[in-house]
Design a protein around this ligand. Structure first.
Ligand code: KG4
Ligand code: ZN
Length: 354
């Protein structure tokens, strides 16, 4: 901290750095050790799902308290698994937003204390940028430019990644995020929290053509809207036609969400002449989305990158990857760093992005 700028200059000249990263934006307490933004030395994830399942969703105050209890053990485990000590760490990276304020603050306070104690630079990371960078960990050969579809519990973004750390937002959801839509639909079908994976499993046994669902129209050609689908699902459940099973409703809903996500992504890929498309965020674990995107990208003849599910869900390794590229740009934070619950993605103007 005291000699930040000189330390960063040395790391930039070397072009190498080992980061300890922390992610506590929602209901996973995670710490990782990542080398050069590409190599995972450890990635420890402590999930709070079992606790929040009792309430049918994330309870922010409980999440914060669990992070407080988990963050130190998770950091220790990340170092142990990497075969390292604090002395091997060149910089700290931490999620600063978006997310739950109390949850974010837990990770930020830990990262600040560690960076100060170890006298190393502190790098603030945007959660969605972390999701995008999960692809750099899974695919060491991947380089911008590429198109990235980020579908998580709070976001549905179509992002043009023009360079490392440089993004243009092509489209976004106008109402619910895809994960939020899955979670709400799952609740209507009385499935347990978290709804997305449960609905995905139930849909395997259903007929996706059993329930016709509306297609959203949006003004922006790459924007999404899922709230109409949700209303249609509630109506279908209330006025259920004889013979329509929960599995059929789940399968039809899943197909409608996936078709919407993939259709706009493919339109953007074609119009922007993307050499490749990458998938990111918790919903990227969805089996139908993975299969549909791979197939459509192959039909178009463009590259398709889909990280393994452990890197799609919230994890600190992705924050360590994004943190490395931020560090190389000299983007640092001071000890006055605060949580930013609604932090927008730092986007570059399309003309500069190229
Ligand atoms: O990225 P993430 O772990 O947390 C946020 O940043 O929001 O995403 C969590 C979201 C939840 O809405 C969850 O239901 C959804 O991802 N999800 C899925 C699946 N696995 C997780 N949605 C559909 N199918 C899945 N298999
Ligand atoms: Zn996330």
């Amino acid at each position: 901290m005291r000699h930040d700028r000189e330390q960063v200059k040395i790391l930039q000249e070397r072009g190498h750095a080992t980061l300890l990263s922390i992610e506590t934006s929602c209901d996973e307490t995670s710490a990782a050790v990542v080398r050069d933004g590409r190599i995972i030395l450890s990635n420890i994830i402590s999930s709070q799902i079992a606790t929040h399942a009792l309430y049918g969703g994330v309870v922010p105050e409980i999440a914060s308290r669990q992070h407080v209890g988990q963050v130190d053990p998770v950091v220790d485990q990340a170092l142990t698994e990497a075969g390292m000590t604090f002395q091997d760490i060149d910089a700290l990276a931490v999620t600063v937003g978006p997310g739950l304020v109390g949850a974010l603050l837990t990770g930020i306070c830990s990262a600040k204390a560690l960076a100060y104690g170890l006298d190393v630079p502190l790098v603030p990371v945007h959660h969605i940028e972390g999701h995008v960078c999960a692809n750099y960990l899974a695919f060491p050969e991947l380089k911008p430019p590429f198109l990235c579809l980020v579908a998580s519990g709070g976001h549905s973004h179509l992002i043009w990644v023009c360079d490392f750390g440089r993004y243009t937002l092509l489209g976004r959801t106008l109402d619910d995020a895809a994960g939020e839509a899955f979670d709400k639909a799952a609740r209507v079908l009385s499935l347990p929290y978290p709804g997305g994976p449960a609905l995905d499993r139930l849909a395997q046994a259903g007929d996706a053509d059993a329930l016709p669902l509306p297609k959203a129209r949006t003004q922006g050609r790459y924007d999404y809207s899922f709230s109409g689908l949700k209303t249609a699902l509630v109506t279908a459940v209330r006025n259920r036609k004889p013979g329509l099973r929960d599995a059929d409703i789940a399968a039809s809903f899943q197909k409608a969400v996936v078709d919407a996500l993939v259709e706009k992504a493919m339109l953007a890929a074609q119009e922007q002449k993307a050499p490749a498309i990458a998938l990111a965020g918790g919903v990227a674990s969805n089996s139908l989305l993975r299969a549909t995107l791979s197939r459509r990208a192959a039909d178009l003849g463009i590259g398709c990158y889909i990280p393994p599910p452990v890197l799609c869900t919230d994890n600190a390794a992705m924050i360590g990857s994004a943190g490395f590229y931020r560090l190389m740009e000299g983007d640092l934070a001071g000890l006055d760093l605060n949580a930013m619950p609604s932090l927008p993605l730092n986007v570059t103007s399309p003309t500069k992005c190229g």
